[in-house]
Design a protein around this ligand. Sequence first.
Ligand code: 5GP
Length: 372
Amino acid sequence: MKINEGTKLDFDDVLLIPQRTKTASRKSVDVSRFFNFYHSQRTWQGTPVIAANMDTTGTFAMSQALAKFNMITCLHKHYGFRDLGNFFSDYDGDTGETTNPKERCWFSMGIKDKDILKLREVVDYSNICPNICIDVANGYTDDFVNFCSKIRTWYPTSIIMAGNVCTPEMVQELILHGGVDIVKVGIGPGSACTTRLKTGVGYPQLSAIEECAHAAHGLKSAEKRMGLVCADGGCRTAGDVCKAFAANADFVMLGGMLAGTDECEGEWEYKDDDECANVSRLKKSLKFYGMSSEAAMNKHNGGVETYKASEGRLKRIPYKGPAAVVIQDLLGGVRSSCSYIGATCLKDMSKCAEFVKVNRTHFDQSASDLGV
Ligand code: 5GP
């Protein structure tokens, strides 16, 4: 047994300190980034925010809404291959067209044979190789690294994102031996996740991002950066997203923050019909659950297998309107954060950022108001 004495930090443990700056115009802050991916040798330009591949948020409708902001959606794993194939079929690669939704949504898969079969079917059906998110709860196994490496060999030009892990050694392992372009970082921080409660396993997310990004960015081949990270889970507010970017996340993935928007699929609860006579049914809240929750396993796997514990919870997220409203609020926060800390673009956030450790960042109410 070993105990690491250093205190590790979550989003709520820190605040960004304002910095003296010449220009403080939020309007001129550039929130897009340009990336070169080492393994796939592809490039990507956009605002590096990704909708999580949960069955409520990783939807075709979400991908269309987010594409307008040059953001990505990882489609959920429960669409059939024909629906996916049709959706991807007129995808024509890196055309430079920034609003093409097909270019902005990624295929998600686990590591079972059926996942490989579905990927092959989608590729055959649509005649394209989509970008791929390989997603498991525990990315620490040799099997997982070998699986990523196999997919890299078969699909050399796909941008591959894979996870989840939360420590630097495993980030480097996935980049060096798994052929992964972007490592997804986060064990236990998700808003619908109970892993920390059920298993006692996890790592404070702000420190995980900072340490994993350092490890990924430090790997270089002939001066070319080999890997990037995506901070996955735990962002409840625009401020948390700012902190994730400031801690050096290249991409940030969101589930709960996008849940409850019009573009979600799933079970809605409606306001009492009497209250809104003559009006089409008004949405009240969305049932939002972790993908390892009992609710998800009942829906997709016919129940919880006896050797497993559910590691997700079911929540009711108040209706938020269109995703565009959430995104505009988020981007407003990021721009403002940049101007407070003297960054003229998203890329510079981590260079300008200085955090202060705090005992209390805000009233508890501010996060619960957002319903995540
Ligand atoms: P959020 O943005 O809601 O805080 O976190 C979203 C992330 O939570 C997802 O991208 C995924 O990595 C993680 N997640 C989703 N469902 C579950 C679950 O049932 N259990 C666990 N441990 N993590 C989950």
